[in-house]
Ligand binder design. Structure first.
Ligand code: TXA
Ligand code: MG
Length: 357
C-alpha cells in the first residue's frame, strides 16, 4: 500500500485534506495524525474491523486495549455506562489535553477496541488537527501511538514514516508534537482513582481536582509480583534496539562512572551512546553523546526522550548509558518510560550520598 503524506499546519488547517482523511476513517481505514502528546494511528473506534487493522499493522497483542479519542465533552456520555462526578471534574480541568480516563463502557464500543475489556479509555486531545480529524472521522477515533509495537512512540512524522511506510494509506504531517510522551491514564472504575500510566499531568495535579488518587502499585516496583492494570504497561516498551542502562547518583559521579564504562566498551569494540543534559554534557568524552535537554526546563527532557532513543537506533549503538531525571512535574513519567526502556537496569554511580539528580 502506498502511503500518502500530507503536510498540515495546525494554525491554518486545510479542511480538504481533513475531509479526505475522514473518508478513509469512515470507510474503515487507518490514518496517522499528530496529537499534542505523540503521533496516533487512528481508526473508527466503533467499527470492529477497523480497530482490528490497528493491531495487525502495529503488531500489537490483541489484549492491549485502545484509547478512544473524542472531540467534544458530550460525546463521552454516549460510550459509557455512567459518568462519575470525578470524570466531569477532570474533563473540565484538563480537556482538551493529555489526560485519558478509564470508565465502564456501554454497548456502543466493540470489544475489538477495548481488547476484550468492559472498560474504555477516553481522551480529548488538544491538537487542532487531531480534533478536526476526529470530527471528520465520525467522532470516535481509536488511536494508539503510531509506532510498531515495542518501539519508542513517534514524536515526528518521520518516525511514523519509518514504522508505518507501506502499511497505511495516509499520514498527516503536522511537524513535531508539543509534549513528547503519552497521556496520563487515570482509572475511575477503582474505588480510589488510580494512575495506570504517569504522564505530563502529574498525580498531584489530578489530586488537586478530585482528592485522593493513587499510583498503580504494579508500575512502581519492578521486582514486585504485581501486574500493571493497563495491559500495555506490562510489555517492554518504548525500547531502543540497544541495551539501555541508567546510572544514578550525584552528577559528577554519574558522569565519571559512565565515562569509565563507555571507555571499556569502546575498547572492546562496541559502539556506545550516552544521554546527558545541558548541565552535564561537558563532562562526557566517550562515545556518541546526545543532549536530552536542560534540567531547569523539564519540558525539553520530556520532548526529546523518544527522539533520542530513535536517534541511537539510527546510529546503531550497542549500548546506551543515561543519567536519571527526577524532575518536578514530569519526573515520574520520564523515569517510568526510561525504566521500562531499560528493562529496569539501574546501576549506582557509587556516590557517597547527597544530591541525587
Ligand atoms: O497520548 C496518548 O495517550 C497517545 C495518543 C495517540 O493519544 N496514545 C497512546 O495509546 O499512548 P497507546 O495505545 O500507545 O497506549 C494506551 C495505553 C496502553 O497501555 C493500554 O493498555 C492502556 O492505555 N489502556 C487502554 N484502554 C484501557 C482500559 N480499558 N483499561 C486499562 N488500560 C487501558
Ligand atoms: Mg503506545
Amino acid at each position: 500500500m502506498k502511503m500518502v503524506v500530507k503536510k498540515i499546519n495546525e494554525d491554518s488547517i486545510d479542511f480538504a485534506v481533513i475531509e479526505q482523511a475522514g473518508h478513509i476513517l469512515q470507510a474503515g481505514g487507518l490514518v496517522a495524525f499528530p496529537t499534542e502528546t505523540v503521533y496516533g494511528l487512528g481508526a473508527d473506534a466503533l467499527q470492529p474491523e477497523a480497530s482490528k487493522k490497528i493491531y495487525a499493522v502495529k503488531g500489537r497483542p490483541s489484549d492491549n486495549p485502545l484509547i478512544v479519542h473524542i472531540c467534544c465533552m458530550e460525546d463521552m456520555k454516549k460510550i459509557v455506562l455512567q459518568l462519575p462526578r470525578e470524570a466531569e471534574l477532570l474533563a473540565h480541568a484538563f480537556w482538551p489535553g493529555p489526560l485519558t480516563m478509564i470508565l465502564e463502557k456501554n454497548d456502543n464500543v466493540p470489544y475489538e477496541t477495548t481488547g476484550g475489556m468492559d472498560t474504555v479509555a477516553i481522551r480529548m486531545p488538544s491538537n487542532k488537527i487531531a480534533l478536526a480529524l476526529i470530527r471528520a472521522g465520525g467522532g470516535y477515533i481509536a488511536a494508539p501511538s503510531a509506532n510498531t509495537s515495542g518501539r519508542p512512540s513517534p514524536t515526528l512524522a518521520e518516525h511514523v514514516y519509518e514504522d508505518m511506510k507501506d502499511k497505511i494509506p495516509m499520514l498527516l504531517d503536522g511537524g513535531a508534537v508539543g509534549i513528547g510522551i503519552e497521556s496520563t491514564i487515570v482509572d475511575l472504575t477503582e474505588s480510589v482513582p488510580m494512575i495506570l500510566r504517569p504522564g505530563f499531568i502529574s498525580m498531584k495535579m489530578i489530586a488537586d481536582v478530585i482528592g485522593t488518587v493513587r499510583m498503580d502499585p504494579g508500575i512502581i516496583d519492578a521486582g514486585s509480583a504485581l501486574k500493571p492494570k493497563a495491559p500495555g504497561m506490562k510489555y517492554r516498551h518504548y525500547a531502543p534496539k540497544a541495551n539501555l542502562i541508567l546510572v544514578e547518583g550525584a552528577p559528577e559521579h554519574v558522569a565519571a562512572k559512565i565515562n569509565k564504562l563507555a571507555a571499556a566498551h569502546i575498547k572492546a569494540g562496541k559502539k556506545v551512546g550516552v544521554i546527558g543534559t545541558e548541565e552535564t554534557i561537558g563532562y562526557y568524552g566517550q562515545g556518541a553523546v546526545l543532549c536530552i535537554g536542560g534540567r531547569q526546563e523539564e519540558e525539553t527532557i520530556v520532548h526529546n526522550l523518544y527522539k533520542i532513543l530513535r536517534e541511537f537506533d539510527r546510529l546503531g549503538v550497542d549500548i546506551i548509558y543515561s543519567e536519571c531525571f527526577f524532575t518536578l512535574q514530569s519526573g515520574e513519567a520520564v523515569m517510568n518510560r526510561l525504566l521500562k526502556a531499560a528493562g529496569h537496569q539501574v546501576i549506582s554511580a557509587g556516590n557517597s550520598g547527597g544530591d541525587s539528580f
